[in-house]
Design a protein around this ligand. Sequence first.
Ligand code: PLP
Length: 353
Amino acid sequence: MTIGDEKNLLAQPLSMICDSQALADNWRNLQKLSGSAVAGAAIKANGYGLGAAHVAQILQKAGAREFLVAYADEAVAIKDIINPAYIAILHGVSANNVEKIRNIGAIPVLNSPEQIALWKQAGGGRCHIMCDTGMNRLGLSADDIGKLDFSGLDIDIVMSHLASADMDCDQNTVQWAQFLEVKQHFDAQRFSLANSAGIMLGSDYHFDVTRPGLALYGGIARPEMADFIKPVVSFAAEILQIRHIRRGDSVGYCGDFVAPHDMRIATLSIGYADGYKRGFSCKGEFTHQGRMLPVLGRVSMDLTSVDISNARDLNVGDIVYCPFDLQKSEQLTGISQYELLTNLGQRYQRIWV
Ligand SMILES: *Cc1c(COP(=O)(O)O)cnc(C)c1O
């Protein structure tokens, strides 16, 4: 199905249309780009807003084996779909959840001396380890690594995270060199450094496992990825009301849009509570059968107005589409592709095509 072509296919007033084929193809392409390394899949934050269970199912079928979530409960939520032994929990363990993580059999990413001590007290065994190489967020410092005793741990992946892989800057090579240094200290099965953007930095950055997230969902982490990555998400909203406005009339909060001439406008069932951010005010575009429907005035919490002067056939109850081009939306709104995806709300009917 070509998204946007089917008239009134969607009965719901607000739908998120997720393209399974594009998601699977994106993973396969990222796997190819990862060379001899295995491409995992970051499905934290509910699969970057798309729905972790569906995403996991599709990616598993495409061939993905290693999955990453942030919280223990995110692993619990998909444990019937993904064998927990292949789910890495990026936040690691705490006194509150160490037993839970052991019980479900997910693999914690141990980030600090405290987490390593907790895991050992609980019996040790299989784990991943995060090392900091200059981002100063989560992970063992070089000092920690020199001092710690890793006996009793069965370390699968030693990983680090790139702070600036989406840019061309020295920090990438500095982190890469630091990671080689870190590697010397570990007798681990595998090593991993690259996120989506990191995959594009070349085979030196791939090691054994890559960890794409954003690009799976159609995000363009670096400009050269546009050739390999397909869009996955679009929206469909319903026309709730149509009005004719006169030259000089204003639309929406604060009257930010003033009609330069008489217009026919439509009020849509989507707003910033759905993640269609206020940054799209006066800038965003919906479409109907190839025609552009520009957003007029401010996006409200549950409503957005568009110009339908050039689509006179549209009526109340008709469905219009928002292609949600992530790169373009980022440029338009100044909101990162990551935030655009992960802020998508709960009110969508998520439709996988
Ligand atoms: C979220 C995350 C990823 C995925 O990063 P993208 O930039 O979305 O590809 C990889 N590794 C870690 C540690 C993460 O937290």
